[in-house]
Ligand binder design. Structure first.
Ligand code: ATP
Ligand code: MG
Length: 652
């Protein structure tokens, strides 16, 4: 499938014939979406069911001081009716959700049909209503990856409540701030959350968080492990209430622009932002991207390994796949438990057709060795996906060759909490893949490359700058919860009239897009601007390196020097020789200008709970500025930071 003349991979014949979009279809649909967004989305908005059809499609403004985004504004609908009820009539006995537990040796997987889902969602909706939740109220969901998390999301949409999911790995402080931030009426949690063989006391965390919240906030507790928990006056047992709850709850009619959910960004760059998505545009966009990007067909089994605490889990575990009547896997565990073959074991067990994960997981599994993949039958895989960070070509190649056996396309999807769904991505039947590139805009997305200094649009190919979007798309966030000014300032304040992604990008000679990482992550070495991702990719390409993070630090002569944090493969030992070898390696891979000035061995890197490297913290350490590490509440393992501070490199 690889083109021997260059490192590119054209669509296989099978894909080009059966995919929802081949190259020609993509080109035509994309051109239509740009030429007349009203006509294009007016048509594709019909992929979901409306109670009252819309007559207006797009009504959006990026104008400074007046950013206002509305799609399908006079239409009404209900999200849970679209994700559940409408499929019960046609495919009630089809599995909607396959639940795969943390520990496969003690607990069985569950298959939940669309009919089951309707009952469970209705019951949960009924319970929430009994707890006093009504249309427009906020509900915080702090649950493990169990089916009740999906029931809770869909139950909120059924009665018009706005959910805000807080990842179960977050601390009581982070949870409390999010409960207060949206003034939630109810928090839904579980007794304990098993993950990777360990158990987090979710209920006690919720209790600790609620100490700092209004007394009126109620806590609905789902039994997951049955371990003992304390019980207070504000607590309600889901397992008791579900016995009494009605098994049918009528979906309420919602306006397209009513808020659907609030979700905080992962906090890689600073204080997390409460991103607000609304009902109609989000659902249309999540469903359409799910179908086209993954080339999802009826009967396929789709697995997105994210947690529902991230936007990826919202759009591609729950809303996209279920709106499309798909079968989606919800995985409670981690990639390395009980062993490093878990992902592949689950793929084989449930005959997964599309598999979607993050570069951080791919790199970790690559370090564990190919034998973990080879043990399992992955012959049902038709497509692989990546999301969350730029994927280094080395990891891409491993994913492609070892997991995909050289004949399964990879879609490298660039998008953000703020964008609701994919923005730049290959389509498997249409795109000639380039390892490491997110490549092409999805329908309706108008990427523009701006000069970071002048803010002028850079036209033509073979150019580089900051990635902005020139016009609205239906999945776009509408505001920051309770702070529209922050919304305008953050996303429209830097470059008037454009949505600013915060990421840098290249448009290569063929017009394909390469996201180079966050603009803050560009370093300037002796006047040469360099994306840190490029140096990291070179380091990771070395056989002994598992992972690398690169930041700049003040350097007397060069302006900025290159500081590299390097995690070695499982069996490798750090040494001075290896340090020299890596310096030489980067020199030869990129050029003398990219040679790291300092290399620190890092047993672990500081990551967000979604697995992204927090370069802002690494930058502070490299700058010797430990007092100002900023918000570390979303850090997965704070002890990593202490180790790095202790062993930082001396810059004499
Ligand atoms: P915060 O906004 O709080 O700093 P965050 O940006 O990490 O956190 P997300 O919305 O989860 O929060 O992540 C979006 C970002 O992830 C993008 O802006 C981009 O930097 C990165 N990203 C996601 N997918 C890709 C991809 N395929 N290629 C390159 N970068 C990606
Ligand atoms: Mg961001």
């Amino acid at each position: 499938m690889r083109d021997p003349m260059s490192n590119t991979y054209p669509p296989t014949d099978a894909f080009a014939k059966t995919a929802h979009a081949d190259a020609e279809t993509y080109a035509k649909m994309y051109a239509d979406s740009m030429a007349d967004p009203d006509a294009f989305w007016g048509e594709h908005g019909k992929r979901i069911d409306w109670i009252k059809p819309y007559s207006k499609v797009k009504n959006t403004s990026f104008a400074p001081g007046n950013v206002d985004i509305k799609w399908f504004e006079d239409g009404t609908l209900n999200v849970s009716a679209n994700c559940v009820d409408r499929h019960v009539e046609t495919r009630g006995d089809q599995t909607a959700i396959i639940w795969e537990p943390d520990d496969p040796n003690t607990t069985d997987a569950m298959h939940i049909t669309y009919r089951d889902l309707q009952t469970s969602v209705s019951k949960m909706a009924n319970i929430l209503q009994d707890l006093g939740v009504s249309k427009g109220d906020r509900v915080v969901i702090y649950l493990p990856m169990i089916p009740e998390a999906a029931y809770a999301m869909l139950a909120c949409t059924r009665i018009g409540a706005v959910h805000s999911i807080v990842f179960a790995g977050f601390s009581p402080d982070a949870l409390g701030a999010r409960i207060n931030g949206c003034d939630a009426k109810v928090v839904i949690t579980a007794d304990h959350a098993p993950r990777g063989g360990r158990s987090t006391p979710l209920k006690s965390n919720a209790d600790a968080a609620l100490l700092h919240c209004k007394e009126s906030v109620k806590c609905l507790v789902v039994k997951r492990t049955g371990e003992q928990t304390t019980w207070t006056d504000r607590d309600y047992s889901y397992n008791d209430m579900v016995l009494e709850a009605d098994d049918y709850q009528k979906p309420v009619e919602m306006a397209a622009e009513d808020p659907l959910f609030i979700l905080y960004t992962s906090g890689s760059t600073g204080q997390p932002k409460g991103v607000v998505h609304t009902t109609g545009g989000y659902l249309v966009y999540a469903a359409m991207t799910h179908e086209y990007t993954f080339d999802y067909h009826d009967g396929d089994v789709f697995w997105c390994t994210a947690d529902v605490g991230w936007v990826t889990g919202h759009s591609y575990i729950v809303y996209g796949p279920l709106a499309n009547g798909g079968t989606t896997i919800m995985f409670e565990g981690v990639p390395t438990y009980p062993d490093a073959g878990r992902f592949w074991e689950v793929c084989a067990k449930h005959k997964v057709n599309q598999f979607y994960t993050a570069p951080t997981a791919i790199r970790a599994l690559m370090a564990a060795g190919p034998e973990w993949v080879e043990k399992h039958d992955l012959s049902d895989l038709k497509l692989l996906g990546s999301v969350g960070e730029p994927i280094n070509p080395e990891a891409w190649n491993w994913y492609y060759n070892v997991v995909g056996k050289g004949n399964v396309p990879i879609v490298d999807t660039f998008w953000q909490t703020e964008t609701g769904g994919h923005m730049l991505t290959p389509l498997p039947g249409a795109t000639t893949l380039k390892p490491g590139a997110a490549q092409a805009p999805f329908f309706g997305v108008k990427p523009v490359v701006l000069d970071p200094q002048s803010g002028e649009e850079i036209h033509g190919n073979d150019v580089e700058g900051v990635l902005c979007i020139g016009d609205s798309w239906p999945g776009q966030m509408r505001t920051v919860w309770g702070d529209h000014e922050r919304f305008e300032k953050t996303y429209f304040g830097d470059y008037a009239g454009y949505y600013f992604s915060g990421d840098g990008c290249k448009r290569d000679a063929d017009g394909d897009y390469w996201v180079t990482g966050r603009v803050d992550d560009v370093i300037n070495v002796s006047g040469h601007r360099m994306g840190t991702a490029e140096v990291e990719s070179a380091l990771v390409a070395h056989v002994k390196v598992a992972e690398a993070a690169v930041v700049g630090y003040p350097h007397d002569i060069k302006g900025q020097g290159i500081y590299a944090y390097v995690t070695l493969m499982n069996n490798e030992e750090p040494s001075e020789d290896l340090r020299k070898e890596l310096e030489k390696w980067v020199r030869s891979e990129i050029g003398p200008i990219a040679k790291p000035d300092l290399i620190q061995w890092a047993p672990g890197l500081p990551k967000t709970r979604s697995g992204k490297i927090m370069r802002r913290i690494l930058r502070k350490i490299a700058e010797d500025d430990f007092g100002a590490l900023g918000d570390t509440s979303t850090l997965a393992d704070p002890s990593v930071v202490e180790d790095l501070i202790e062993n930082r490199m001396n810059k004499s």
